[in-house]
Design a protein around this ligand. Sequence first.
Ligand SMILES: Cc1ncc(C[n+]2csc(CCOP(=O)(O)OP(=O)(O)O)c2C)c(N)n1
Ligand SMILES: [Mg+2]
Length: 298
Amino acid sequence: MSLKIKDLPEENLFTKGHTACPGCGGAIMAKIAMKVFGKNTCAYFPANCLLVFGGTYPLNAFKVPYLHVLFENSAVCAAGIKRALNKLGKEDVNVVAFAGDGGTADIGIQALSGAAERNEDIIYICYDNEAYMNTGIQRSGSTPFGAWTTTTPVGSKIAGKERFKKDVPRIMIAHDVPYVATASISYPLDLLKKLEKVKNMKGFRYLQIFAPCPTGWRLDPSKTVEIGKLAVESGMWTLYEFENGKMTINKKPKMIPVREYLKPQGRFRHLTDEQIDILQELVKKKWERDLAMAESTH
Ligand SMILES: Cc1ncc(C[n+]2csc(CCOP(=O)(O)OP(=O)(O)O)c2C)c(N)n1
Ligand SMILES: [Mg+2]
């Protein structure tokens, strides 16, 4: 039976009193994830917003043991602790790394890849806000094409990021681990299902959760959930899971024009019609590719 919102415990293990910006998608992710994972969990954070707004003494919001590790090595730290806990006979502890997209797509990718290749028995969550937000909105490998960041400025010669978003879930699929999924804070039931699944599985589990950042995206903070829905409905973000070699698409996008997703966000305000066409074409190709993969693996 799949988990519903009303089934979640009242108690928060990621509590109020943290210092996230209004409308932070990462905070929503942490609150839901910790309700599913429960008390028997320990968490590992490389440098990121979540650690800073939720795990800094004396304002720590996480009510489970957690450790701040280096930017480069959250996956291997989590894996080492999991092995140590097993040796102590504590095999039922959920060991979870909570990394940002920068700590995943760029700086932590060698540790992530190594841990995945060894099929370490951990849960790795990347909350994807599409830039290095904690240090002031620098572009990461996960920043989408065209987006303004402080390191992809808008000027007369360049206009936002010139390269495309690095597709880390597909890189993880190539590691042939037991479970890889994409999710979004805007689709809580789908997210709950995936969190519950990773909690109850063994081996390396990777979940990349779309987590809008109103501050970095120059978005009205009341629109966090809405923009996450537009990302999925436009095809910019696909909800899927890859389990034991099979890929399943969890939501077929309506394929609304990508422009509808871009419009509310100041980080895309400068885009030309030509750049929007490039993104629209990219979305189409990505969807066709995901669909083909889902069909070929079933
Ligand atoms: C080796 C290293 N380089 C740079 C930093 C500075 N730093 C701390 S948090 C951060 C941004 C993290 O970005 P991301 O992983 O996307 O998480 P977010 O802040 O967006 O939640 C950076 C660059 C650091 N702590 N360690
Ligand atoms: Mg980030």
